[in-house]
Design a protein around this ligand. Structure first.
Ligand SMILES: *Cc1c(COP(=O)(O)O)cnc(C)c1O
Length: 451
């Protein structure tokens, strides 16, 4: 059989609402052309993010009922602990309410003014949390990672020479640790190879530096390693995941991705002293260490999710459905970031609508066009998100993030048709100007008008 089917059947359904073009015109104007300001019920297919948007399984919902809500020492915590140990090999972990809480706790303890933190690409909350402590966040992804067309199989790899240069330039005492993000979200959901992870670990340990993972999509990364890295094809996903974590001294994880839950995070640590400090910080703002900002039921759902995400049939479906969207767009002549990443497809807005100058936000214009034509919500990742004060950035992208286990192939076919249709009418897309914006993270609340 050639077709890779959704490896589940649907037990509960949630209606989605078809709107008319006139209604959508009204909604987008009321939202001042900012898709974050549109109510979710007015969106037909929501590709804003893959974070916290997964559909849970019947076993996860059963876990929700089983959740032990005791303040301290809940059974649900111990079930999660067993699962975390089994999946990652880490003896110690702290549950947190989501990824950025893990980041805040870890970075508060080890970063600070004058420090420098290398990563392949910092995710935006990771960068913000590093910088919040006064430290500097440095991105060291390989050059191919910046090239939208490069077909490198592991475009998320960290450049070892750039890392060595950084260590030499700023001095090892200013670097609290080195981090690698798997898969590389800010770099298009591109994977990092096991070979690269081993090399980074070696360089770190040669200099006495701890090596941390930002491991939100650890299972998707492991699947890419199995499929693409020579010598890894016969390994089980579990063993690749295990080796990945074995290389690291710690990890921050947003469970809203490969944890297959709607809320949750993890902080994994080996160093007992660091763990002690992190635990104290956790108690201050998140909660007691056996629940860490979550309800007992959330811990149950996560324990189950960490098991289901390692299922190779699930991962084959997951990665293939993203790739399917990418392949079909490429064969229709639509410019995208290649090759397709694990969790999202990125439209290249500069090439999609070359008539719109960067100062007029081609990515935002494209995202608005996609909502108008088909009620699909995507997000601009370009000069609206990362520019400011007249500054534009290199890549003007529109991200179509795929929620896990939520949409079927016919939904994705509809998305493809909509984008092809919009591409045929691309000359009608109009640039935008910002009429109101907050001092930071402007993409969430900025107001636009059409030019
Ligand atoms: C989502 C994400 C985070 C932050 O996690 P939240 O759960 O949204 O706080 C950090 N790093 C990466 C790579 C992510 O994708």
């Amino acid at each position: 059989m050639k077709t890779i089917i959704e490896p589940f059947r649907i037990k509960v359904v949630e209606p989605i609402r078809l709107t008319t073009a006139d209604q959508r015109e009204q909604f987008i104007r009321e939202a001042h052309f900012n898709l974050f300001a549109i109510r979710a019920e007015s969106v037909l297919i929501d590709l804003l993010t893959d974070s916290g948007t997964s559909a849970m399984s019947s076993e996860q919902w059963a876990g929700i009922m089983r959740g032990d809500e005791s303040y301290a020492g809940a059974e649900s915590f111990f079930r999660l602990q067993d699962r975390v140990r089994e999946v990652t090999g880490f003896e110690h972990f702290l549950p947190t309410h989501q990824g950025r809480a893990s980041e805040r706790i870890l970075f508060d303890v080890v970063c600070g003014p004058g420090k420098v933190v290398p990563n392949n690409n910092h995710f935006d909350t990771t960068r913000a949390n590093v910088e919040h402590t006064g430290a500097e966040a440095v991105d060291l992804v390989i050059d191919e990672g910046h090239d939208l067309q490069s077909q490198h199989p592991f475009k998320g790899n960290l450049d070892i020479d750039k890392l060595s240069d950084l260590i030499e330039r700023v001095g090892v005492e200013r670097i609290p640790f080195c981090m690698v993000t798997i898969t590389n979200n800010s770099g298009g959901g591109q994977p990092v190879s096991m070979g690269n992870l081993r090399e980074v670990r070696d360089v770190c340990h040669r200099h006495g530096l701890p090596f941390f993972l930002d491991a939100c999509r650890f299972a998707e990364n492991a699947y890419f390693i199995k499929k693409r890295e020579p010598g890894m094809g016969d390994r089980s996903i579990q063993s690749i995941v295990h080796e990945t974590f074995e290389l690291a001294d710690g990890a921050t994880i947003s469970a809203k991705k490969d944890g297959l839950v709607n809320i949750g995070g993890l902080l994994l640590l080996r160093d007992e002293k660091l763990l002690e400090q992190a635990r104290n910080s956790l108690i201050l703002t998140e909660g007691f260490p056996t629940y860490g900002g979550l309800a007992g039921r959330d811990l149950e759902a996560l324990a189950q999710g960490l098991d289901e995400v390692l299922d190779e049939q699930y991962l084959a479906y997951r990665i293939r459905s993203t790739e399917y969207l990418g392949e079909r767009l490429v064969s229709a002549g639509i410019p995208i970031l290649e090759p397709p990443g694990g969790h999202a497809i990125y439209l290249d807005a500069k090439r999609f609508c070359p008539h719109i100058p960067q100062e007029q936000f081609p990515g935002q214009a494209l995202a608005v066009g996609l909502y108008r034509v088909a009620g699909i919500r995507a997000v601009e990742i370009g000069s609206v998100m990362f520019g400011g004060e007249g500054r534009t950035v290199d890549a003007e992208l529109v991200r179509l993030a795929i929620p896990r286990r939520v949409y079927t192939q016919s939904h994705i076919d509809y998305v493809i048709e909509a984008i092809v249709e919009l591409h045929q009418r691309r000359d009608g897309l109009r640039g935008l100007r910002i009429v109101e914006e907050p001092p930071m993270l402007r993409h969430f609340t900025a107001k636009f008008e059409e030019i």
